[in-house]
Write a protein that binds this ligand. Structure first.
Ligand code: SF4
Length: 312
């Protein structure tokens, strides 16, 4: 199988089931540099939209993948940076929809939704998953290290505007960092901001994989449960991956594994879930990649995660 450059997975997403990733910006161009980013540190921090990647090569890869692989639950626009930076976003969504009936999700940090063009293009997706976890500018800067032009109030107002014009689902991620946004007063303030956006779901998340910064503080379950209770009945914890392993006989090669690990460090079980194979089938591929120096193993809490040994 030829290596994929623009699509990866499917990954076993705690939010979207079996999610086939579509990467539409270079690694790693983003308007933020979040301490919890699984891709690593931002190399180009920008809010400038540019035609980074045209639809053609993406659609060709997607067609080839869908012709030979199990159907994903979602085709998810995401990847190695902030996808709304790509001015082709709307065209890419249109062209994905033309070749598959699977729902299209957009994972975004939401920082560019103050722009009417971004809102208009994002509204083509079936589900939009922005992130909002800070009740004030100082907390926002501690967690996300934004481009200096970005103001939290502008981010919130952009998402409020989007809610008014968008008929699809908004599933808001709240990323919890112990000691930074866990204070009950801050959670109440955040609740007020979220209430203005009125998302369909709130997903409470925390660091369960290796992150850009070492030692991002993870709150105990009791803290997450308290925050979830404060944020209301449409808030759910997403700290455990959905069990998606079906043991299908999709052929897995090193390129598929590498494409996935370049976007997201993963354990053997997470890789197997995402690729719909058994861990037994995947283990020899991983061992071969370790011995050839393509990937490296890293201990994180009680798990072993795999990463590419060299940057893409
Ligand atoms: S987590 Fe998302 S928004 Fe934050 S730095 Fe990484 S790619 Fe950018």
């Amino acid at each position: 199988m030829a290596p994929y450059r623009h699509i990866f997975g499917p990954v076993a997403s705690r939010r979207l089931g079996r999610s086939l990733g579509v990467d539409i910006v270079p690694a790693k161009y983003c308007s933020l540099d979040c301490i919890f980013c699984e891709v690593g540190r931002t190399t180009l921090k920008t809010t400038e939209r540019r035609p980074y990647l045209a639809p053609g090569p993406i659609i060709e890869e997607l067609k080839a993948f869908l012709a030979q692989a199990p159907t994903p639950d979602y085709v998810t626009i995401t990847g190695s940076g902030e996808p709304t930076l790509n001015t082709y976003l709307g065209q890419i969504i249109d062209q994905i929809r033309a070749i598959t009936t699977r729902p299209i999700a957009l994972l975004t940090n939401g920082t560019l939704f103050y722009r009417p063009d971004v809102r208009q293009e994002a509204a083509k997706a079936d589900v939009v998953l922005p992130t909002l976890d800070a009740p004030d500018q100082e907390t926002f800067e501690r967690i996300h290290r934004p481009d200096p032009t970005i103001r939290l109030e502008q981010v919130v107002e952009g998402l409020v505007q989007f809610r008014r014009q968008y008929q699809g689902q908004i599933w808001l991620e709240v990323f919890v960092v112990a000691g930074i946004n866990t204070d009950p007063g801050k959670v109440q303030q955040l609740k007020a901001l979220i209430g203005r956006i009125s998302p369909d779901k709130i997903h409470l998340n925390t660091a369960v994989r290796p992150t850009a910064d070492q030692d991002v503080p993870v709150p105990p379950l009791s803290t997450l449960e308290r925050i979830a209770a404060t944020l209301g009945p449409n808030c759910q914890l997403i700290v455990d991956p959905k069990d998606l392993s079906t043991g299908s006989d999709l052929h897995v090669d090193a390129q598929m594994v590498l494409a996935l690990l370049q976007r997201r460090p993963s354990t053997l079980a997470q890789l197997a879930d995402g690729l719909a194979v058994t861990t037994e089938a995947l283990r020899p591929v991983i061992e071969q990649m370790l011995s050839s120096g393509q990937i490296a193993a890293e201990q994180w809490a009680d798990n072993v995660f795999y990463r590419p040994a060299h940057p893409a």
